[in-house]
Design a protein around this ligand. Structure first.
Ligand SMILES: Nc1nc2c(c(=O)[nH]1)N[C@H]1C(S)=C(S)[C@@H](COP(=O)(O)OP(=O)(O)OC[C@H]3O[C@@H](n4cnc5c(=O)[nH]c(N)nc54)[C@H](O)[C@@H]3O)O[C@H]1N2
Ligand SMILES: Nc1nc2c(c(=O)[nH]1)N[C@H]1C(S)=C(S)[C@@H](COP(=O)(O)OP(=O)(O)OC[C@H]3O[C@@H](n4cnc5c(=O)[nH]c(N)nc54)[C@H](O)[C@@H]3O)O[C@H]1N2
Ligand code: SF4
Ligand SMILES: [Mo]
Length: 650
């Protein structure tokens, strides 16, 4: 008899939707993966990438046994052999140079509850060098912390109370589909949607107004809208006087410009700024959702803080259906003692946004070994050439993942990881307040192991094995102690998502965990920092989320022969470039990427657009062009500070 099972689980990919899923398994093989109707946000609709994920699980390109590289290339080996080599190397380095000569690089590929234990393993070992900063959302969180004390976003379901939604550098049609029904509901109720983005992204088709400011110049648009609200006497004076600090200083910045000047600096029309201001006034409450695109500029904190300030002036902070929201804490609902950071004195950290440079230059001790899980820094961190050079200089690179991507190509040892369909775990979200069960749908493909199983097997080679090696259930019980304290048993968590008790709309009491206890306006602003023209490299390179892939989660055969870049047709004409033909894109990193040119009238003339995540070995790899630097606030990665030029290519 044919055995068919439906397993409730949660998608653990690097995606703010963190969908509830149902996996159908027939005779041990995954045959169907769809959105769960029971999940309050997924509502039965997962993305088009989900069904395709089955192909990824069973792909012939997937690596399903440990491998070690020798003079002839990759050789499959037993787990014991691979782990013995790693353990011996770790012990030797610890003995000779101390544990800080090893870097543990944990990426964004999967951030489940049990992933806390990866760091715990290294802490039991003695604490190694780890990372600080972010390739993703660091700037926004740090900037909002300055204004609000502690960034808390509105529950996405609270936006059913919104009369307007302003999507500022965010493209939910591609990146956050569970917001789409909410957007449509706002429109159905007669509300407004505004999309603010230098590029006419897919979400713009759902918007009443699309505003395309110059990249990184949104601060001026936010200031223009704030000025208009103040000039029209529509500011929330009660909030400003009772619950905020620093408003007079902020008003001084605004008074330094006319609305027209601010609009010229943002390169938008005064009508765009008026529409934005008027929406905040007449469609109250309006919510503002910040995307990750905003973060990718060096002084992005100006923009983010100016948008928070606009929210404060418009009176949407602490108001149901309002707010300036961004992300959620994906490790928030766990007992974070299990990172084990208390076991050692604080150890050295390297700055993620400039990881190549850091690895090349750190001393005392030098890094000799890099252990990478769930990441592809060669492809996804900026300035690939430096990351490659740094990894090539290592004595030993261990890489754990699913496929032989650009980073695996730099490794000496590859450890094959399970996908979430082969795991039991718990998953919280950076896009909403639900934490959900990860239930194993199929047995691990080949010899793949979960990260926890790998680290447990490795731990048996060290004296701390007993402290580390427990059953996954025991660990989850302990790590999820806050969830249990909120009244959800582990049995309940296995069957359905649980909403953690964060507010639907934060700050309703108008108390903010800042030094003053009030909302704090930005009181320093240096416009000089935003001036950033480069005549030789005139286009800002926007490397945005791809519609069909999450970051670099692809296979080699998934790639088109060349990456596509999109330019305004008049710019192409001026450069003598032809649509559909290859062009060479270069930047100040010295990198060069051959790409196929597409032209689009919807592009701003000062930007070149491409999707991020394609592999270098497949001829993509846009991060060969991106400059490596850290943002002024929050140690984020300003990928879009990169300027490029184009030339014809035979
Ligand atoms: N399909 C798919 N989904 C994904 C991902 C993916 O790669 N593919 N990645 C996941 C991850 S890791 C993340 S962090 C999120 C990201 O989710 P989003 O933030 O929604 O996506 P991005 O494409 O990074 O950036 C959104 C937009 O910001 C715009 N932008 C860039 N600079 C500026 C600026 O200066 N001002 C303004 N106003 N807009 C600007 C870009 O043109 C882009 O359209 O999505 C997640 N979901
Ligand atoms: N140019 C440019 N570059 C960018 C960005 C941009 O906007 N522009 N955006 C940045 C953003 S938002 C992000 S989040 C980063 C992402 O950067 P990274 O985290 O370095 O890379 P990903 O492409 O997400 O790759 C994650 C890898 O983890 C593997 N993986 C998944 N689950 C597991 C697991 O459980 N165990 C193990 N061992 N491996 C697993 C996947 O197969 C995949 O290879 O990239 C950044 N890079
Ligand atoms: S990738 Fe994102 S949208 Fe697609 S199923 Fe996973 S969480 Fe949902
Ligand atoms: Mo991200």
């Amino acid at each position: 008899m044919e055995e068919i099972q439906n397993i409730v689980t949660t998608c653990t990919r690097d995606c703010p939707n963190t969908c509830g899923l149902v996996a159908t398994v027939e005779q041990g093989r995954l045959v169907r993966l769809v959105g769960s109707a029971e999940h309050p946000l997924t509502r039965g609709a997962a993305c088009h990438k989900t069904a395709k994920y089955i192909e990824r699980v069973y792909s012939e390109e997937r690596i399903t046994s440990p491998m070690v590289r020798d003079g002839k290339g990759w050789q499959p080996v037993s787990w014991d052999t691979a782990l013995d080599i790693i353990a011996d190397k770790m012990k030797l380095i610890h003995e000779q140079d101390g544990p800080e000569a090893i870097l543990y690089y944990q990426g964004y590929g999967e951030r489940t509850a049990l992933k806390l234990l990866n760091t715990y393993f290294f802490n039991l070992f003695g604490g190694v060098t780890t990372l600080r900063g972010s390739l993703c959302g660091g700037t926004g969180q740090a900037s909002q912390n300055l204004d609000l004390g502690h960034r808390i976003s509105h529950d996405p379901l609270d936006h059913y109370n919104s009369k307007a939604m302003i999507l500022w550098a965010r493209n939910p049609v591609t990146t956050n589909i569970s917001l789409v029904p909410i957007i449509k509901d706002i429109r159905k109720r007669g509300g407004r949607i505004i999309v603010i983005d230098p590029y006419k992204n897919r979400t713009a088709s759902l918007a009443d107004r699309f505003i395309a400011p110059a990249p990184g110049m949104d601060v001026y648009l936010a200031m223009a809208a704030a000025r208009i609200i103040l000039e029209r006497g529509q500011a929330d004076t009660d909030f400003l006087t009772k619950f905020s600090q620093g408003f007079p200083a902020y008003q001084d910045f605004l008074d330094g410009y006319t609305v027209e000047e601010l609009c010229a600096l943002a390169d938008v029309t005064p009508d765009d700024a008026s529409y934005l201001a008027e929406t905040l006034i007449t469609c109250a409450p309006a919510s503002i959702l910040l995307g990750w695109g905003l973060h990718r500029h060096k002084d992005a904190h100006y923009t983010i803080r100016a948008i928070d300030a606009l929210g404060a002036i418009a009176g949407i902070i602490g108001v149901p259906g309002g707010g300036v929201s961004q992300g959620f804490e994906e490790y928030g609902p766990y007992n974070q003692d299990y990172w084990g950071n208390h076991l050692n004195p604080p150890r050295r950290t390297l700055l993620m946004p400039v990881i190549g440079q850091e690895l090349l230059q750190v001393e005392h001790p030098k890094i000799r070994m890099v252990f990478i899980t769930a990441a592809n820094p060669v492809c996804m961190a900026p300035n690939s050439a430096k990351v490659i050079k740094a990894l090539q200089g290592m004595e030993c690179v261990v890489c754990s993942g699913h496929f032989l991507n650009d980073t695996a190509d730099m490794a000496d040892i590859f450890l094959p990881a399970t996908t979430f369909l082969e795991e039991n775990d718990v998953m919280a979200s950076y896009g909403h307040n639900y934490v959900g069960p990860v239930n194993k749908a199929i047995e691990p493909v080949g010899e793949c192991k979960t990260d926890y199983q790998m680290f447990s097997a490795l731990a048996t080679r060290f004296p701390f094995a007993e402290q580390f090696c427990r059953s996954e259930e025991e660990w989850l019980y302990d790590i999820c102690s806050p969830i249990r304290a909120w009244g959800c048993t582990m049995e309940e968590l296995r069957t359905a998502p649980f909403r953690i008790p964060e507010p639907m709309a934060p700050y309703q009491d108008k108390c903010f965990p800042t030094a003053s206890g009030k909302f704090e306006f930005m009181t320093a602003f240096d416009p000089e920092k935003l001036a950033d023209t480069d005549h030789e490299f005139p286009y800002t390179l926007l490397t945005v989320a791809g519609h069909n892939h999450i970051c670099s989660e692809r296979t080699l055969s998934d790639h088109s022969p060349l990456p596509e870049v999109v330019l305004h047709p008049d710019e192409a004409d001026q450069l003598g470039l032809v649509e559909g033909k290859p062009v060479m894109v270069t930047s100040r990193t010295g990198g060069a990427v051959k790409a196929l040119l597409r032209t689009d009238h919807a592009m701003r003339r000062d930007c070149l657009l491409s999707e991020r995540g394609g592999w270098i070995k497949a001829g993509h790899g846009l991060n060969r062009l991106t400059v490596d630097m850290a943002s002024t606030v929050g140690d984020g990665t300003p990928y879009y500070q990169t300027k490029v030029k184009l030339s014809p290519c035979r």
